[in-house]
Design a protein around this ligand. Structure first.
Ligand code: AMP
Length: 435
């Protein structure tokens, strides 16, 4: 069996690594991949950009690829699954119409409201109907979002009305191009964030292991928002009761709503949730693909054959499938270029990768490339070091041992990934001792 993974980040390295573990998979191509995917057994990079849909279809047809898995949202929102399907090729992901759930926040807010799925209250504006008085009348803090894809940077949490109005002006003024022509101004929700990811096929659904990520750049969940500085799985906040609420109040009505709207959903569906103090799972956003960096720790724990799960979904046989999870916890720490998420340098040689490869755990590459004999940085989030352990605390030790083995000029990473889960573990430990 030949698999093609589209994308070149840490998520795609993890997807390719996982697919290559199956003995019936003879080859995994990654387009365009990175220096890490190139090093994996059975894995080969292909020099085609993830948004070059025509070239990807042509490659998959010529190579007789049996299954294509799409990593990033860009090609999904652009309709890559429709293009592959039209060409008679199996491609795992939502159609262009279903991927609007990630491609337009204004559409998604309307969808959530229509199907009575819990979410923050909001208003949608364009330049033509922008109402500054309405913004000024809202309670603080306020969240301002660009409607379209903005690489995780189109969300601003504003502490004052002046800040909120400035953020609206910036977006409507073109700071995110067409993605900001429509904006959503949303109520700020307090609580704890959870990533809930499922494999879906119309209304059949297989929930994946729970996870939590750390969006802010700095320790203590401070500093600017990023694409994600680390993640861990499982997320102890997701008790069986909360799991059941998320399935019945968010996932089931979302898939039923998509079907009722004529856009049934196949693919990974990622719900970014804010769990309110009363346990209500409010939807912050949907992603139409696997999360990055959640994919890395989740796939470290997945025991099932991933290509088989994707094929089962594509052929309507998902019901009855089981994932199977390593009961150990996994913690992934993102190592980023200095300056990220603002301006950062590229081309820094990375030292210590071979030493890290001899340690337990796994280093997934994100923005890396080979230059002669060395591997150099090639973007903001460069690597994700994942450790496994009996507890989140033990997994974190393994992850940071990997991090300590690796270095480059101006590397930055958080030192507290998993802190909330570890605080919960400590509380549970104290309670057990009291007992
Ligand atoms: P989004 O891309 O919509 O998930 O937003 C990115 C991040 O901004 C989220 O992961 C949250 O940390 C934060 N965020 C978004 N919307 C809200 C909200 N209504 N209340 C509080 N935080 C939010």
């Amino acid at each position: 069996m030949k698999v093609l993974v589209v994308g070149g980040g840490g998520r795609e390295h993890a997807l390719a690594w996982k697919c290559a573990q199956e003995s019936r998979v003879t080859r995994v191509f990654v387009a365009p991949g990175n220096a890490g995917t190139a090093l994996e057994a059975k894995v080969q990079n292909v020099d085609i950009a993830a948004d070059d849909l025509a070239a990807l279809v042509a490659f998959a047809a010529a190579e007789r690829i049996d299954l294509t898995i799409i990593g990033p949202e860009g090609p999904l929102v652009a309709g890559i699954v429709d293009r592959f399907t039209d060409a008679g090729l199996a491609c795992f992901g939502p159609t262009r119409a279903a991927a609007r759930l990630e491609g337009s926040k204004a559409y998604t807010k309307k969808f959530l409201r229509r199907h009575r799925i819990p979410t923050a209250s909001h208003a949608t504006f364009t330049r033509a109907n922008f109402d500054a008085a309405h913004v000024r009348a809202q309670r603080l803090p306020l969240v301002v979002k660009a409607d379209g894809l903005a690489a995780g940077k189109g969300v601003v949490i504003c502490e004052t009305h002046d800040e909120a109005l400035a953020a609206c002006e910036r977006m409507l003024g073109g700071a995110f191009g067409t993605a900001g022509e429509t904006i959503v101004v949303e109520e700020f929700l307090a609580g704890e964030e959870v990533s809930f990811i499922v494999i879906a096929n119309d209304q059949d659904v297989l929930p994946l292991a729970t996870s939590q990520d750390h969006k802010r750049r700095d320790d203590g969940d401070r500093g600017p928002n990023t694409g994600g500085m680390g993640a861990y799985s499982p997320a102890p906040i997701v008790t069986p009761e909360l799991h059941a609420r998320i399935m019945s109040e968010v996932i089931a009505p979302t898939l039923a709503g998509l079907r009722a709207d004529g856009t049934p959903y196949t693919g990974f569906l990622y719900a970014g949730l804010m769990i309110a103090p009363d346990g209500t799972p409010n939807v912050l956003e949907f992603n139409c693909r696997f999360g990055d960096p959640e994919t890395q720790p989740i796939l470290m724990r997945l025991e099932a054959d991933l290509p088989a799960l994707c094929e089962a979904a594509l052929h309507g046989r998902l019901g009855g499938s089981e994932a199977g999870w390593d009961r150990r916890a996994a913690v992934g720490v993102v190592m980023a270029a200095g300056g990220y998420p603002e301006a950062f340098g590229k081309g820094e040689p990375i030292a210590g990768l071979e030493d890290a490869a001899r340690l337990p755990g796994k280093v997934f590459h994100a923005a890396t490339k080979r230059e002669g004999d060395s591997i150099v940085t090639n973007g903001g989030r460069v690597l994700c070091a994942v450790g496994l352990g009996e507890t989140v605390a033990a997994a974190r030790v393994q992850a940071y041992d990997l991090v300590a083995a690796i270095h480059w000029n101006l590397v930055q990473y958080r030192r507290d990934i998993g802190h909330r889960a570890i605080a919960r573990e400590n509380l549970a430990g104290d309670a057990a001792e009291d007992f």
